[in-house]
Design a protein around this ligand. Sequence first.
Ligand SMILES: C[S@@+](CC[C@H](N)C(=O)[O-])C[C@H]1O[C@@H](n2cnc3c(N)ncnc32)[C@H](O)[C@@H]1O
Length: 576
Amino acid sequence: MQDEIDKYFLKKFQFQQLGNKSFSCTNLFGNPSWKVPELENLKIHLNCTKGLLSHMEAERWHEHTSYTNRAGAVFQKVKSEVCPELLTQFSWLAATLNPYYEGNSSKSMIGDHRFIHNTLCYWNFGHDDTGDIMEWCNVNAILQCKGRHVNLVTADGSIDCAENPGEQEKHLAKLHWCETISALLLLSPGGSYVLKMFTFFEHTAVSLLYILRLSFEDLHVFKPCTSKEGNSEVYIIALRYTQTHEIQKLLRIIQAQVYERKIDISSNALFSLSEIPEGFLRDIISCATLFKDHQEEAIMRNLTLYNVPLQGKELAATKKKVAKRYMQKYGLRSIPLTKQILGPENLRERSLWNLQPDHEKNLGSLPLTVTPELFTKLQFELKEIDFFLEKVKFLKWVNRAKEDWKDKIYHTYGKSYGIIRNTKFCHAYIFRVFEFLRELSLDLKSKSFFEALDETGQVFLINNFLDVSPIIGTGGNFETRCPVLSRFSVASVWIISLFFSQVEFDFENDTLIRFVGYHEEPLILNWMRHLDPKLLNFVKIPTLFQNSFYNLITRYNTKLLLEFSLSIINTMLLLC
Ligand SMILES: C[S@@+](CC[C@H](N)C(=O)[O-])C[C@H]1O[C@@H](n2cnc3c(N)ncnc32)[C@H](O)[C@@H]1O
């Protein structure tokens, strides 16, 4: 039985040393794309097996595979026994798509931003604020602030490939190249690199692994037992970077081709097939076969278990043993509170406010085919969220930063985003539904409301306030009924609130934000008149996310977008 358990921990492959480490830099990316027949066959076979799942209802299948996952008890055990956190014993710097950048699609990012939010100073979102490492200006910005010795780079970038799972590898090839170029430019000699990949059937992955084989003393592929067995996720572990002069030269050429000339890496092969050593190719085929077999076995097991009554007790016992073995094997221990980055306090709440979180699971799965049933379903879900929303009747907030408001100012410039595709200032599912209705390009009177998503509209609130402030009069009020979804417009609410005794949102009356009790602030007013409209943001992120202010803004936006979406859905249902 012990052997049986151990086998879940042994999904790994080690590449042989290369006999000859020389390579040519003369025709890089100048080769037509090529295929290795053995790898192509593996791809076809694996896609056929995956195809057996195509009729499965995604959510039910996910639940089933979570249940059958033999490592399913590991997370719970780790959580209860060691309360894991990242060690702070090392200094670190991280990059990812910026969750606060309005132009990044929420589908390409992890919804939970608590870790980033609480460790903002360690994150580098690059020169254009997107965090996109497929743009050279951003990689360059990271290189500028790297420490003197970089011993480890880890990269687990990916984007949702659910729409075309059979081509996941092709879809992510460029990201894997960009991650690898960045890692090799960052790493110090002797350092290590861990990269998440999926399959390696295409020439792009073969060449990438060949570069890693050339640049590191050891190269391994590993699938942790906690990685779901039925998916293709594996981790490339490259140990001890040998930063030779030839590798640096190669890297500079690759960097110029990928980033500056933006070469299509799928149709232009880095090396010709004949330049890849035979022994290395044999290794790749063995490795790809090994992981493909593991994956197929898992898919077939899950399919079998889907239709037969499960031996629940037996499975539970296996899960328990795997979890126990995991703890023994990796010697996990709790991190003392003083060394934790966030501490349990900051991680307790899943989100700052929690409305029907179940709907979040549906994010991104809204179908493109529009049916009356879909509208009925949306109507039901929206009403349900509205019910929770209405439990709070009245919110007010006072901006207490009157004396030190300048300390909260931080100018963020970056790439123009055109239209808001992501906001942290609205319930994620409601925003997704709103986006979905916009994508249907319904030719309704509502068009102007959708324009609230345009970047150009973000200065409306501040301009409107500047126009009317001379006539508000001491003690007077000011109102807005526009969505405040971008950082710029939320920052506008924050700065405008400095002129008022308080800001209110009364759920029971009109859906609007009311600023109450005006008083003059000539200094701030003058500062606002000189504000650059090209800014993406001008108030520090922690200030915008300060609990009661964030709560008011987020609930207001959610209610506003929900009401608007419901009215469109009701109209659509009448028309159906
Ligand atoms: C699997 S998640 C990473 C999960 C993360 N390590 C964690 O534990 O929460 C993949 C991440 O890749 C990032 N990503 C995707 N494309 C990227 C790009 N072009 N540049 C930078 N990051 C990217 C996304 O921001 C996404 O959050």
